[in-house]
Design a protein around this ligand. Structure first.
Ligand SMILES: Cc1ncc(COP(=O)(O)O)c(C=O)c1O
Length: 427
């Protein structure tokens, strides 16, 4: 067995230098179980950050489903296969009526790239509307539409076909407070007008209904409803990126877009869908899928293979059988309430839904300047206390909590207790 330093050395030599590691002193995790991770010294960590392992690390039902299918057969979507079509049926049954057709992919990025391709094929346009600080994936096509990337370090800004709406943040955004919704919606109107002035048409509006990398932003009420309507009226397609927030994580609803009372034309899913196995999908209507079917085939060597689908199906069953959406609702509400009870000058806002929570740290209540260094330090202190969280948002001052959905009340108490003692001891 290699020790930690030997692994870091090999990593330096053989993995891309563009890939960072979490925490000042990176973790050497060797085992996972439920909401817990264990390092090479046997130290236990409460995992409050890995939303990909949705139903818990190494859940036995997921391992069993993968092993059973892998032992028997793994091919691809060109063969008649009961596992694949049954999964597509059960998955689409979870979505509003009409969103019936799946295109399987291996990652959220592939799903969003395909969603753009579908929109561009149908609308004969590339004009894409996005939210500032949004992130939709690592492919070149997605860096182009992700301000989080193209306006961040190493980025070269947005191409001319990408139109960015100010981040609809009621707390620290361009427009603030409870009445700000129309200001953000007006930006969508203006963007559509500008596209028309250039004698072009809208292709797509891609959005997370609760922004993740953007800083756990709960969109102002009716923002999405009004914006979707404007985009539809202009002939564009609305794409809901559910890669981070889907599958019951919101607690009150199975999908993020349902919390905003909208029905998208296209939904993209990934991450939690395979509980760590690379599985993602685009889901849309029969009408859109048929229009996209212009002769150019969509085939994906691995996307939707029987092993992936067996795993995806097992994930859906565990969410249902262990009532994990309900758990996200109860534990999430409890945790948000407890976090809101913390009185500390660094805490600007606690927000989120279910088990997708953000704590925005600020330096002063008047200017709301971001407490970026403090957020980074707290993330590391929490790790030392055995609790894993992360930071995000354009100013990296938002503590992110998005644990496996088996996170329980005791875990919530442990997180709050440690956060409080770190805040009181250090600030
Ligand atoms: C909202 C959102 N969309 C898409 C992606 C890309 O997914 P993947 O990393 O599976 O390609 C991510 C990844 O973090 C994401 O947060």
């Amino acid at each position: 067995m290699l020790n930690r330093e030997e692994i870091i050395d090999l990593r330096k030599n053989h993995l891309s230098p563009s890939l960072s590691m979490s925490y000042n002193s990176p973790l050497h995790i060797v085992k996972g179980n439920g909401q817990y991770l264990f390092d090479s010294d046997g130290k236990r960590y409460l995992d409050a950050v890995n939303n990909i392992q949705h139903v818990g690390h190494c859940h036995p039902k997921i391992v069993e489903a993968a092993e059973k299918q892998f032992k028997n057969l793994n091919t691809n979507t060109r063969y008649i296969d009961q596992t694949i079509v049954e999964y597509a049926k059960v998955l689409t049954n979870k979505l509003p009526e009409g969103l019936d057709v799946c295109f399987f992919t291996n990652s959220g990025s592939e799903a969003n790239d395909l969603a753009l391709r579908i929109a561009r094929t149908i609308t004969h346009s590339k004009e894409t509307v996005v939210l500032d600080a949004g992130y939709h994936g690592n492919l070149s096509s997605l860096v182009e539409i992700s301000p989080y990337k193209h306006d961040g370090p190493g980025g070269v800004g947005a191409p001319d076909f990408v139109h960015t709406i100010s981040r609809p943040d009621k707390f620290r955004g361009k427009y603030r407070g409870h009445k700000c919704v129309d200001d953000y919606v007006n930006e969508v109107s203006s963007v559509i007008e500008n596209i028309k002035l250039k004698k072009r048409t809208v292709s797509a509006f891609i959005v997370e209904s609760l922004m993740g990398c953007g800083g756990q932003i709960v969109l102002p009420e009716n923002f999405l409803k009004k914006s979707f309507e404007l985009i539809s009226n202009a002939g564009g397609l609305n794409i809901a990126d559910e890669v981070q927030i889907g599958f019951g994580r919101m607690g009150s609803h199975y999908w993020g877009f349902e919390t905003c009372d909208v029905i998208p034309d296209i939904v993209t899913v990934g991450k939690s869908m395979g509980n760590g196995h690379p599985l993602a999908a685009v889901i849309t209507t029969t009408e859109i899928a048929n229009k996209f079917n212009n002769g150019m085939e969509y085939f994906n060597s691995f996307g939707g293979n029987p092993v992936s689908c067996a795993i995806g199906n097992a994930v859906l069953n565990v969410i249902e059988n262990e009532r994990l959406q309900n758990n996200a609702f109860e534990v999430g509400n409890y945790l948000i309430k407890k976090l809101n009870q913390i009185e500390h000058h660094l805490i600007g806002e606690v927000r989120g839904s279910g088990l997708f929570i953000g704590i925005e740290l600020i330096k002063d209540k008047k200017l709301l300047s971001p407490a970026t260094m403090e957020a980074k330090a707290i993330e590391n202190f929490m790790k030392d206390h055995g609790i894993l969280i992360s930071t995000d948002g354009p100013d990296h001052n938002v503590l992110k909590i998005k644990p496996p959905m088996v996170f329980n009340h005791e875990n919530a108490d442990e997180l709050v207790y440690n956060l409080l003692s770190i805040l009181n001891k250090n600030y």
